[in-house]
Design a protein around this ligand. Structure first.
Ligand code: TRP
Length: 416
């Protein structure tokens, strides 16, 4: 099993292998639980998850949950960031408490972005989010003291060999890089400290899974208790609970048996006991974390194929680019067309391999029937790339105009 590097610019390769190596579940397994399946799951963009079942149940039963993600402000926001933003907005609409972290510590430590640039780019990300309908809390890592305290608390539970195994860190890795990693762990746990312990979902690309794994481990290690269903009883085990806390569990369940380091409870459900024990943990000064969940989406390809990234300007479009450039980039995009027009009329194009079709699928065509029609016309050779590019450019332009207008209108929502 190889380690994964979230800071690499290589696109991740074999997803199926990645999933089986790292234990990510296919998203199909939980779709039945959702009252409404969002387009990004329906269209195969979000493909995997960890523990998303508990989020789907919260949506279904109207119970509290958090949704958090983060953006590194090392460049302008662009088309490649839209997916995660839409995922957050959708989950907020489903009742989630929204949180956005601007990872300026990470940008400064890993990408060498100046603090002034972090500030300016960070505000652009927030403008995009509000323009897309985000409601909730936002913060910059560097200015959130509670977050930094939580990062320190988390750091006590992580040692160097773990970072080495997860990220391939070496003796050359700077302490700042490691601090930005533990800050991200704290980001993911933060909603449960700022608000109440509750399931938290973090929508990310597969490259961020190392952070998710590390955080899930830390969340577990920071618990005072584990609660487990055994044959005929429920076992509450102390990991590092103060003795008074274990006694409180015992007192709360008359008839329970208290042993060295654990209490056995007969009767009751595991879910109820877990909730009660979490309450006792909180009252005893613990965190009571629910292990966070994640969803994993596929990356939208760059306009020229390959990776979409702000370090390759032709690969993407940011929301501040002039119309002429936007048009040019779309018209110059790689497509799934054939070598000659005649061959394309005969055999049709290959939409699944076409960056422009995928741009439409990800973001530009909301209506499923319209998208199906587009795919069909391409496959059957009814529509050629030139016409499709023109229509796509119009869609992109109208999307960007709308975005710009909204971004200007939400300026006042962005924190100072
Ligand atoms: N590391 C993420 C990136 O490279 C940014 C990030 C920081 C983040 N904190 C987070 C993502 C918390 C998800 C959750 O873009």
């Amino acid at each position: 099993m190889e380690e994964m590097n979230p800071w690499s610019s290589q696109p991740t390769v074999d997803l199926a292998k990645l999933f089986s190596d790292f234990g990510i579940e296919p998203i199909e397994n939980v779709l039945d639980l959702l009252p409404e399946v969002p387009f990004f799951m329906r269209r195969g963009i979000v493909i995997g998850h960890r523990d998303y079942g508990q989020i789907a149940m919260c949506i279904r039963e109207n119970r509290p949950f958090h949704i958090l993600t983060g953006f590194m402000p090392s460049g302008h926001p662009h088309l490649g960031h839209l997916m995660v933003m839409k995922e957050v907005v959708w989950h907020v609409q489903q009742g989630g408490n929204g949180y956005i972290t601007i990872a300026d510590r990470e940008a400064h430590a890993v990408r060498d972005t100046s603090w002034a640039k972090c500030e300016a780019y960070g505000r652009e990300y927030l403008a995009c989010l509000y323009a897309l309908g985000f409601e909730g809390k936002t913060y910059f890592q560097s200015r959130n003291n509670r977050l930094k305290d939580l990062a320190f608390e988390s750091s006590i539970r992580v040692n160097y060999s773990e970072l080495q195994a997860i990220y391939g860190f070496s003796s050359e890795t700077s302490l700042g890089h490691m601090m930005s990693v533990i800050t991200q762990v704290a980001d993911i746990l933060y909603p449960q400290v700022e608000s109440i312990p509750a399931p938290t979902v973090v929508p990310v690309g597969v490259d961020q899974d190392p952070h998710i794994r590390l955080t899930r481990g830390v969340a577990h290690k920071l618990r005072m208790f584990t609660v487990e269903e055994r044959e005929g009883y429920i076992s509450v085990r102390s990991k590092n609970a103060p003795s008074g806390a274990l006694e409180a569990v015992h007192a709360r369940y008359p008839g329970s048996r208290k042993y060295e380091g654990h209490v056995d409870i007969h009767g009751g459900t595991c879910a109820d006991v877990s909730a009660t024990v979490r309450g006792i943990e909180l009252a005893s000064g613990g965190f009571g974390f629910v292990t966070p969940s994640a969803t994993y989406h596929q990356f939208i390809p760059g306009l020229q194929g390959g990776k979409m990234s702000s370090s390759i300007p032709e690969s993407t479009i940011s929301f501040s680019e002039p119309d002429e450039i936007v048009k040019k980039k779309v018209m110059a995009a790689l497509t799934g067309g054939r070598a000659t027009l005649a061959e394309q009329r005969e055999n049709g194009g290959e939409p699944e391999r076409c960056p422009l079709f995928l741009l439409n699928l990800f973001h530009m065509v909301d209506d499923d029937r319209e998208l199906a029609e587009l795919r069909q016309k391409c496959r059957t050779g009814q529509m050629m790339c030139g016409q499709c590019k023109k229509e796509t450019a119009e869609r992109v332009l109208s999307f960007i105009h709308d975005m710009r207008e909204k971004m200007a209108a939400v300026e006042h929502l962005i924190e100072r």
